[in-house]
Design a binder for this molecule. Sequence first.
Ligand SMILES: Cc1cc2nc3c(=O)[nH]c(=O)nc-3n(C[C@H](O)[C@H](O)[C@H](O)COP(=O)(O)OP(=O)(O)OC[C@H]3O[C@@H](n4cnc5c(N)ncnc54)[C@H](O)[C@@H]3O)c2cc1C
Length: 317
Amino acid sequence: MAPGRAQAEIVWDAPAGEQILAIDRGAFDAQLARQAVAAGAAVRTAARVDAIEEQAAGVALQVGTERIRARACVLACGVSYRFQRRLGLGLPGQVIHTAQVEARAVPSDTVELHFGREVARDGFIWSVPVSRNGQSRLKVGVMAHGDTGASIQRFLSRPDVSARLVETPGPPIRRLLPLKPLPRTYADHLLVVGDAGGFTKPTTGGGIYYSLLTATLAAETLIEGFAAGRLDEAFLERYERRWQDRLGQELRVGDWLRQLVTRCSDAEIDTLVRAFATEDVQAVIRRTARFNWHRPLILALVRQKGIAALLFRSLFR
Ligand SMILES: Cc1cc2nc3c(=O)[nH]c(=O)nc-3n(C[C@H](O)[C@H](O)[C@H](O)COP(=O)(O)OP(=O)(O)OC[C@H]3O[C@@H](n4cnc5c(N)ncnc54)[C@H](O)[C@@H]3O)c2cc1C
C-alpha cells in the first residue's frame, strides 16, 4: 500500500535507509479493506463470529442467526483466544498487559521510551507525537506486567509530561499483548495469523508487520492447498514451517534478549542505555538496525564488551 494513502503523518529517517511512519491505524485498515474488495473479496463489518465448527469438507461459522460455510478459515481475531482454546491450538506462550491514551498536546517531534521497575515492570512506557487533521496530539502507552492503568496515570501526572498536554486524557484503553506464538497455528481447514497466533516482536510487542507477514504466508499456503485440493491439517502444517523459517530465529533471539533485560536492575538498564549512546555502539546501530528485524542488531550489540558482560551477569540471577 502506498504509505500516503494510510495517512502517514510523521516520518522518521531510520538507520539502513529505512523510513518509519506513524500511521492512522483505522485509515490503514479501511484502505486494506478497499483493496481487498477491489480484488474480489466481500467484506462484512459488524458481523461477530460466535462459533467455529469443524466439518468434514470445511468449517461452519455461526454469525448471529446466520450460518456461513467455507472451505477454509483464517483466524485473525486479535487477542481473543477462546476459539484457539476450543480448537485445541493452545494459548500464547507469554502475554503482557498494555494501556494507552491519546490527548491534544503541544507540537513535538520526539519519540520517548521510559524504562524502570517502578515505571513499567518488565516493559516500558512510550510517548509518540501524532497529528490528526492538523491537530498535534500525544499518544502515551505502557506495556508491562502488573497494573498498567496505574503506571500510565503515574506517568501522566509527572510535571514534565502533564505540561505537554493541553487536555486531560480519557481513561486508558487496556489490552493484552501476546509475546510468544501459540503452540500450534493450524488445524483442518484453518490457519491462525497475527495476534490471534501470538505473533508480535518479543522486544517491543509491535505486531502489525508480523500480522501482515503471517497473513501473506497463510494466503500462499491456502493458494497451494486449493490448487492441490488439500486443506487437511497434514497439508496445512507447511504454514507453520513457513513462518518458522521466516520468523523462528528472530522470535527466539528477541525472546532471549527480553528474558535477560527483564532480569536487569534499573541501574543496569541505565548502564545499557548509556552504552547505546556511545560512538562505537551508535556505529553498530547505524550499520545493523532494521525496524522489523531485530536479530542482527541484538547479536551485534551483545558482542560489544560492556553490554555482553552486563547481560551475562543477569543470566545468573
Ligand atoms: C496499546 C498498543 C499499542 C500498539 N502499538 C503498536 C505499534 O505501534 N506498532 C505495531 O506494529 N504494533 C502495535 N501494537 C500491536 C498491534 O496492535 C497488533 O499486533 C495488531 O493490531 C495485530 O493485528 P491483528 O489483525 O492480528 O489483530 P487486531 O488488530 O486486534 O484485529 C482483530 C480484529 O478481529 C475482530 N474480532 C475479534 N473477535 C471477533 C469475532 N469473534 N468475530 C469477528 N471479528 C472479531 C476484532 O474486532 C478486530 O477488529 C500495539 C498493541 C497495543 C495493545
